[in-house]
Design a protein around this ligand. Sequence first.
Ligand SMILES: [Mg+2]
Ligand SMILES: [Zn+2]
Length: 230
Amino acid sequence: MYIFGNINLMLFVIDFDGTLARTDTVDTMLEKFASPAWKDVEQDWQSGRITAIECMGQQIRMVRAEPVALEAFFESIELDPSFLPFYHHARRFGTVAIVSDGLDHPIQVATRKAGLPEMPVFANRLHFVPHGIDISFPHLNPCCGAGNGVCKCAIARDLAQPEGSVVLIGDGKSDACLAHQADVVFAKKSLLSYCEEQGIAHIPFGCFDDVLAVVAQWPTHPPQKLPLAA
Ligand SMILES: [Mg+2]
Ligand SMILES: [Zn+2]
């Protein structure tokens, strides 16, 4: 138990696929367990014929596998080994939550397998059905222009303390809506180019070691405005 006075104010929003997990675990699952036609569905979405949510639903329902095989795959998901030291430091500032536009159950399995502490997880829900899986969207926000299954900006709004800062750590499209509103953005891959295009202040990173190197310089009592890298 940490006792630092009233500093429990910061919210760290951690993306899963490509950020905490080294790869996109939904794509890897489709590669392994769905018919190759999942890529046609991806095309339909990229060319605007279907929405992101329709795309995800169709692709997830193309998975043909038994729970045993799927669970073994979820347990094999590799996480960034530098996350844990970052997590222990970040917890002194407030809440660390995994917020993902992927599936909740694989995140639970992979983080438990890696021995990470219990953390709040917000993601789309995986349902096992005979010989496959299905998906539902408990965190859908029809008002979010990004059209994701999980609206990261709405979740950050719900979780953040009234005067607390929001720190986003992510790598892709599902992070874009929150990138506009977060106080600090750590970005890599397509989120990095998105921030550059949109003129959003951001700190580039490769792994959580890089994030920790920055966060470790913040005073334990966070100031109103955090020191941002150029
Ligand atoms: Mg991602
Ligand atoms: Zn949103």
